[in-house]
Design a protein around this ligand. Structure first.
Ligand code: PLP
Length: 407
């Protein structure tokens, strides 16, 4: 039986049931350390992008390592605070910040708002004025570079909803400078996710620095440059980008500048630390297709249905067992889109445990209750220690807050 750290997957399934998200604490620590090591000369503030996996224990682990946090909602800020993250390392991104969220963030005392539009600047200024505060702001610039990733996770093109267009940026900074309850502290971008090529990231950095220079010429001096996240991970056997090469390129570009560096990695800190453990319910052999029907579904792991994402799936037994056959690996949900993998060679019999790999990012955080399925349990493994970090939702949990009113 395969293991995670010192624990066999079979033991976890017996103790906690399936489907089960399992995370390696050691992998989380190492992923964070890889950033620290690569960027050591720049001493960046690494702000873990909470939406990749927002479990309180995962956040707490990164907080302990000294991480800051990139958040995209008031709820995420509340989570970070509840998990012991410090407010002065929280960045608040996103195109649709509400007044309630802005007020909450200002009262909490976050590090910075990453602002995505002119009306958002006005709104933040108005809320800050009402509260008698000054809001630290950075402008998210859309550098118009092609991240060459899946269109749903590409964010740095002119056609995307994110950020302020490069052509409007100086005017936006001047406008920000005219608002008395804002303090301009930085510039940021985030051009997409699961980037396997460094060149768009480096090009985006160059464009941000050119803009930074033009702003300095107008007397607008920034404290930090935030390059966002987006570094891809290996889902199959592809080569993920070389962090050291990225860091070296950024170091060259930032040399001699007064600004500090901020990074917002999400997927690359958690993606390969997680495995979704699922049990085979039935094997259904057909004339045209075979189906391995498992107890995890698109409500647990939405990425294959949403982005045609690929996850390695293997039998949890170490010895490759026979027969190996071609099949779709699907869940019990009543949707044709409910698949975890298509056309895979797999060895699977009813009762077997399968491992869905690279399920640490955009997996449990995207889970839903569709088909009134309780969300999966989650455990964090460290050496031979296992801690339950989210109990399995019961059916009753799923509808507990609903009301059954009379017509
Ligand atoms: C999602 C997101 C990130 C993290 O992206 P990854 O691809 O997971 O590294 C960083 N910054 C912002 C603004 C985001 O929306």
């Amino acid at each position: 039986m395969k293991t995670i750290e010192n624990i066999e997957f079979g033991q976890l399934a017996a103790q906690f049931g399936t489907p089960l998200y399992v995370y390696s604490e050691n992998e989380l620590t190492q992923a964070y350390a890889r950033y620290q090591t690569a960027f050591v000369a720049l001493n960046p503030l690494i702000c873990y992008a909470v939406k990749a996996n927002s479990n309180l224990s995962i956040i707490r682990h990164f907080a302990r390592l000294g991480s800051g946090f990139d958040t995209v909602s008031g709820g995420e800020i509340a989570r970070v605070l509840a998990a012991g993250g410090s407010a002065d390392k929280i960045i608040f991104s996103g195109v649709g910040k509400s007044e309630v969220e802005i007020e909450f963030a200002l009262n909490a005392g976050i590090k910075c708002f990453n602002v995505e539009s002119l009306p958002e600047l006005d709104r933040i200024n108005a809320v800050a004025q009402r509260l008698g505060k000054t809001a630290p702001v950075s402008l998210r610039i859309n550098p118009d570079v092609d991240a060459k990733t899946h269109p749903y996770i590409s964010t740095g093109l002119k056609a995307n909803k994110f950020g302020i267009a490069m052509a409007d940026a100086e005017q936006a900074y001047r406008h920000a400078g005219s608002l008395h309850h804002l303090r301009i502290v930085g510039i940021d971008c985030h051009i997409g996710s699961q980037l396997m090529d460094l060149s768009p990231l480096i090009e985006a950095c160059e464009r941000l620095l050119q803009l930074t220079d033009r702003l300095a010429g107008q007397g607008i001096v920034l404290e930090h440059i935030d390059l966002g996240g987006g570094i891809g991970i290996a889902y199959q056997n592809e080569q993920s980008p070389d962090l050291a090469a990225y860091a070296a390129a950024v170091q060259t570009l930032l040399a001699g500048r007064p600004q500090s560096l901020v990074l917002e990695p999400g997927r690359s800190l958690v993606g390969n630390a997680g495995t979704l453990l699922t049990r085979v319910e039935y094997v259904k052999r057909g004339e045209e297709k075979n189906f391995v029907i498992v107890d995890a579904a698109m409500n647990d792991l939405m990425r294959p249905a949403l982005y045609q994402a690929y996850h390695n799936i293997e039998n949890a037994e170490t010895s490759e067992r026979q027969p190996v056959f071609l099949a779709d690996i699907v869940g019990p949900i009543c949707e044709t889109g409910d698949f975890l993998a298509r056309d895979r060679m797999i060895s699977a019999q009813a009762g077997d445990l399968l491992l869905v790999r690279s399920a640490g990012a955009y997996a449990s955080s995207m889970a839903s209750n569709y088909n009134t399925r309780g969300r999966a349990a989650e455990v964090l493994v460290s050496g031979d220690k296992v801690r339950l970090i989210r109990p399995r939702e019961t059916w009753e949990d799923v509808f507990a807050s609903e009301k059954s009113v009379l017509a």
